[in-house]
Design a protein around this ligand. Structure first.
Ligand code: PA5
Length: 471
């Protein structure tokens, strides 16, 4: 497997960055935080009461990839991963479109995988060009009348005798009670019922739920006659759940290589456990981010993703960092920018605005689609013939180098994070690296990275307003 590389040397060189000694001095604290994070998993698995100060403790994401892979190797058919693959393949044979309902941690990982790993115009391709996999649409991730209504319009006239028109719902909600997802499910179930002419339990063949062991969605799925109800494992929080059925089922429906995704994550787990600070992407990333915030007031963490395919991955990370460490009036502000696009909007501020930012470039080293080459043209009014023969990836390399140079010349610190490809193995490494880094940093600064009490508050008040009461 090609390895993800975190390279913070530019941060260490920049006038407003860090000294190498700063990072080395932090090593004992990083080692302690790593030990606590690993100890949290033992605590969760052990037969002891979890101390109040540690609650909630959603540490089960840590060994989830290793556990799923081991079970799959031991008994493919009976393992959870085997069942996810079987259900996904069956659905792919049955329908041409899937509507994926979910929000927050029950949406963003699947969206990131779809955008990063599928053909950029997946939904526009013929069924054969999609390898026989369904088109994918997202809803339930907002309260947006026109988006929901537009999708319903697209799906309502489907003829279920025709495979090319049949569609299904995948609905994901850990709690099973999130209003946005529930409202959307109600809408699309009604549409599905009408379009298919089916009732329970046959209707259940077209609904794949992922939820907790009980709750409203679980009960509804049973009533619908769903053959499989996939579980969000106990001890795995929403934003830490991308490598459970929450992300694996949508990925498998799309025909992505979920084994490679998990292998990427398991490889990152090994590096996290075994490598010393200085050679450990997780600990090194935490060290740079933490020290830049503490010593240089870099309270905004810009994840500068080079390419549109990675925007959703950046937004997945925005949620992870914001919900995990944005507590007790603390926590750095995550900000995803897509370059070169946003060089033409946010770039000015990053170059000359307040020195409150650490910019981490997320760079994909090898493109997946055919290279676009600048052609020579008899009409050279645009003066591009001088660049004829250069490819889009070469232009991108120049853009990254030029931007880093411009920042460095003004002492603005940057770090580079290289993904070998925009593929499953790279994303597996990235997901696990960032989840581990977030919990390590939480333990380092004394903030419980699990739980999201602030998100719950809005849900409560929204419910009150909706029922006509005052908040
Ligand atoms: O990180 C979290 O737990 C949240 O952002 C949830 O993912 C989000 O609120 C959706 O919740 P649920 O999966 O219960 O519908």
């Amino acid at each position: 497997m090609e390895t993800l590389i975190y390279d913070p040397t530019a941060t260490l060189r920049a006038a407003h960055g860090l000294a190498a000694g700063d990072v080395a001095r932090l090593a004992p604290e990083l080692e302690k935080a790593r030990a606590e994070v690993l100890g949290d998993l033992d605590l969760l698995r052990g037969d002891v009461t979890i101390p109040a100060a540690k609650q909630p403790l959603d540490a089960a994401f840590l060994d989830l990839p290793d556990r799923l892979l081991a079970e799959y190797e031991a008994n493919r058919a009976e393992s959870e991963l085997g069942k996810i693959l079987a259900a996904a393949n069956q659905l792919a044979d049955q329908v041409d479109r899937v509507v994926l309902l979910g929000i927050g941690g029950s949406y963003m990982g699947a969206r990131a995988l779809f955008d990063a790993c599928c053909h950029p115009y997946h939904n526009e391709l013929s069924r054969a060009e999609r390898g026989g996999r369904p088109r994918l649409y997202f809803d339930g991730n907002n309260v947006d009348n026109d988006a929901t209504s537009g999708l319903r319009e697209l799906l309502s006239g489907a003829n279920f005798d025709d495979l090319d028109q049949r569609w299904a719902i995948a609905v994901i909600s850990k709690s099973g009670g999130t209003l946005e997802t529930a409202l959307s499910l109600r809408t699309f179930l009604t549409t599905l019922r009408k379009a298919s002419g089916l009732g329970e339990p046959e209707l259940g063949r077209y609904v794949l739920p992922v939820t907790g062991a009980s709750g409203r969605l679980f009960d509804l799925a049973k009533a619908l006659g769903c053959a499989d109800i996939f579980r969000v494992p106990d001890g795995v929080g929403g934003r830490f759940s991308v490598l459970s059925a929450v992300g694996l089922l949508p990925a498998a429906i799309l025909g992505l290589n979920v084994v490679e995704l998990l292998r990427g994550a398991a490889a990152m787990n090994r590096r996290f456990r075994e490598s010393a600070p200085g050679d450990n992407p997780v600990l090194d990333y935490v060290a740079i981010c933490h020290l830049m915030e503490k010593q240089r007031a870099a309270s905004t963490r810009v994840l500068s993703v080079w390419g549109s395919r990675l925007e959703a991955l950046g937004l997945w990370y925005d949620q992870l960092l914001a919900e995990s460490l944005g507590k007790e009036e603390r926590g750095a502000l995550p900000l995803t920018v897509v370059n070169t696009r946003d060089l033409h909007s946010r770039g000015q501020q990053h170059q000359e605005g307040p020195r409150d930012k650490l910019i981490t470039n997320l760079i994909v080293d090898q493109v997946r689609c055919d290279r676009v080459t600048i052609e020579s043209s008899p009409l050279d009014q645009d003066q591009l013939n001088a660049l004829a023969g250069k490819t889009t990836p070469e232009v991108m390399v120049a853009a990254i180098a030029g931007t880093n140079q411009a920042y460095a010349e003004d002492g603005r610190p940057t770090a580079d994070l290289h993904l070998p490809k925009s593929d499953e193995a790279s994303l597996g490494q990235f997901f696990q690296m960032m989840m581990l880094a977030t919990v390590v940093e939480g333990r380092l600064i004394g903030i419980n990275p699990y739980g999201q009490p602030g998100v719950e508050a809005y849900k409560r008040h929204m419910g009150t307003h909706l029922r006509g009461g005052s908040a």
